[in-house]
Design a protein around this ligand. Structure first.
Ligand code: SAM
Length: 286
């Protein structure tokens, strides 16, 4: 792992607090975002011998979903930079069918077998690269000519008020809250379709298409407190606060969630892009 990536991992916290919190919330997150899993793997050809690369595979929900569609003839390789996330993925694919491999590495720089994959897929795992064009080029070389990229990413923060309400509510009372840099690695970094189209094109991807996905998500009200203290920017520092501040921060976050609570459920719209692109059969200059 490069020094730059090492720093990035620590900053985004995937190898540390964020990764551990995501693992602890795995069942809740998988259930909440299941519709995206279906959207992502519906283009995987059932029973084909295809090879699928899952980027930022996390705890492995979309790896398992793709492996189920492919059947034993195909292969899914999940890559993730976070050891705790991948450890959780290992536990869950243990009983899955053959044909799954998990790699703990940086997808930006990992040496994939050139042209080996038919498809690169990712659910919320593409927004964290240090050098985005270099990463997308690396993924391009991993797919065969004619191979596809299929990724689900968040649209801009303004389209996703649920995701930002808690952090906004506590910002005045929590000076140590990590500030998000809209241009740096982070949840909403791929929200600008024009910018990301240019990145993909620069890296050599073709037939680039963005489709808006607006999916109604929900989870039980009873899970709200644990969601708030584990996820997002507050989740990264909540455990370091003294009990009194924890109480006031949690109360402010719950208050900000009131507009999203309905009949014992937390309900929100997840505003995302589904991005598709292909590696051209005819490379420029050939
Ligand atoms: C928001 S989580 C999504 C996890 C999973 N795809 C899911 O939908 O459940 C983002 C994931 O991307 C991983 N990640 C971030 N930067 C990465 C990189 N450069 N290479 C590989 N994985 C990375 C993180 O460790 C984390 O597991």
């Amino acid at each position: 792992m490069s020094a730059q990536t090492d720093k990035l991992t620590q900053d985004t916290g995937w190898a540390g607090t964020s990764g551990a919190n995501w693992v602890a919330s795995q069942a809740l997150l998988d259930a909440t975002f299941e519709a995206f899993e279906h959207r992502l793997v519906e283009a995987v050809s059932p029973g084909s011998g295809d090879w699928v690369l899952d980027v930022g595979c996390g705890t492995g929900a979309t790896v398992v979903a793709a492996a189920r569609r492919l059947g034993e003839a195909g292969r899914v390789v999940g890559i993730d930079i976070s050891a705790p996330m991948l450890e959780a993925a290992r536990r869950r694919v243990r009983d899955a069918r053959a044909g799954v491999e998990l790699i703990c590495a940086d997808a930006e720089t990992h040496h994939f077998l050139p042209g080996r994959f038919d498809r690169v897929q990712s659910r919320f795992g593409m927004m964290f690269f240090a050098d985005e064009v270099a990463a997308l080029r690396n993924l391009l070389t991993a797919v065969t000519p004619g191979g596809q990229l299929d990724a689900v990413v968040w649209r801009v923060a303004e389209d996703n008020p649920f995701m930002t309400a808690a952090a906004r509510a506590v910002a005045p009372i929590l000076a140590e809250l990590p500030r998000s840099d809209p241009d740096g690695p982070g949840q909403f970094r791929w929200g600008d379709a024009e910018r990301v189209t240019a990145l993909l094109a620069d890296a050599g991807w073709r037939d680039i298409r963005f489709e808006p996905l607006d999916i109604g998500c929900q989870f039980p009200r009873s899970a709200l407190e644990s969601y708030l203290i584990r996820l997002g920017p507050v989740g990264r520092i909540y455990d370091q606060l003294d009990p009194e501040r924890q109480r006031s921060v949690l109360a402010a976050m719950v208050e900000a969630m009131v507009p999203f609570i309905e009949n014992q459920f937390v309900r929100f719209n997840a505003a995302c892009w589904q991005i598709k692109a292909i590696r051209s059969l005819v490379e420029a200059g050939s």
